[in-house]
Design a protein around this ligand. Structure first.
Ligand SMILES: N[C@@H](CCC(=O)N[C@@H](CS)C(=O)NCC(=O)O)C(=O)O
Length: 237
């Protein structure tokens, strides 16, 4: 029986990384930033969630699906304040940065993990390896096909790997330039855009799932330090 009214429903956590889903990390960071108490429930099949994806938050009878609506819910219904220390212009820039990270950089990571042939066997074994043969092999093939379709629907999957990594680099360049010598994207205090950026960057920097981005991000010492700062601040225990 959960002891807190708020429950974050997300994929299995691991010792290597807060969550292999950047959006689940984002939601958990927002919860931590809000100071509200919450429980965690693991759901490994996102099809069972309200919108077919994770994360999701449960508050008593209410179910809020999607990290952006979770953010809104925390602000509007729970009094959380993530961005009021930013000027209107900074809030607009923070919004643009979080959308760049979620709507573009995230998809380069998805490509990297699921489509890049060198990485796929590790990813396949990690997600589907525990399923009995031939079910795991079959489901992994169907899942990869669905991811490929999603990437093509987004448009990014129509590019070559080289082009996709170039797009990723331009997003990483923008993040590194915005960060400069600050602790967080807009100064010494984190805002909601940091929850989005940290979610993707910690996935690019850490964990046992290989990705091309993992190599790339090492050439951005400020981003690596940013990930470490976020880990210390939000996931030290
Ligand atoms: N817009 C959603 C995106 C969530 C999302 O894409 N979640 C992925 C994991 S990172 C998921 O659940 N994928 C499962 C699927 O598509 O089957 C949010 O902000 O929460």
């Amino acid at each position: 029986m959960p002891s807190n009214t708020l429950t974050l429903v997300q994929f299995q956590t691991t010792e290597h990384i807060p969550n292999y889903s950047p959006f689940c990390v984002k939601a958990e960071v927002l919860l931590k930033m809000s100071g509200l108490a919450y429980d965690i429930e693991v759901l490994d099949d996102p099809r069972k969630s309200k919108k077919g994806k994770l994360p999701m938050v449960r508050d008593g009878e209410r179910v809020i699906a999607d990290s952006e609506f979770i953010k809104r819910y925390l602000i509007e219904e729970k009094g959380a304040d993530f961005d009021s220390h930013l000027s209107d212009r900074e809030q607009a820039q923070a919004h643009a940065f979080s959308k760049m990270v979620e709507e573009r950089l995230y998809w380069t990571l998805v490509y990297d993990r699921w489509i890049e042939d060198d990485n796929w066997p590790t990813i396949r074994d990690f997600w589907f390896g525990k399923m009995p043969f031939p079910i795991g092999a079959l489901i992994s093939r169907v899942a990869r096909k669905a991811v490929r379709k999603n990437l093509n629907g987004h448009g990014i999957g129509l590019h070559s790997g080289e082009e996709i990594y170039a797009l990723a680099k331009s997003d990483l360049n923008a993040l590194a330039a915005q960060l400069g010598d600050q602790d967080f994207l807009f100064g010494d205090k984190p805002c909601s855009a940091d929850a989005s950026a940290f979610g993707v960057l910690v996935n690019a920097d850490r964990g046992i799932l290989p990705s091309n981005m993992m190599q790339t991000i090492k050439s951005y010492p400020t981003l690596v330090a940013y990930v470490e700062r976020g880990m210390q601040r939000w996931f030290a225990n």
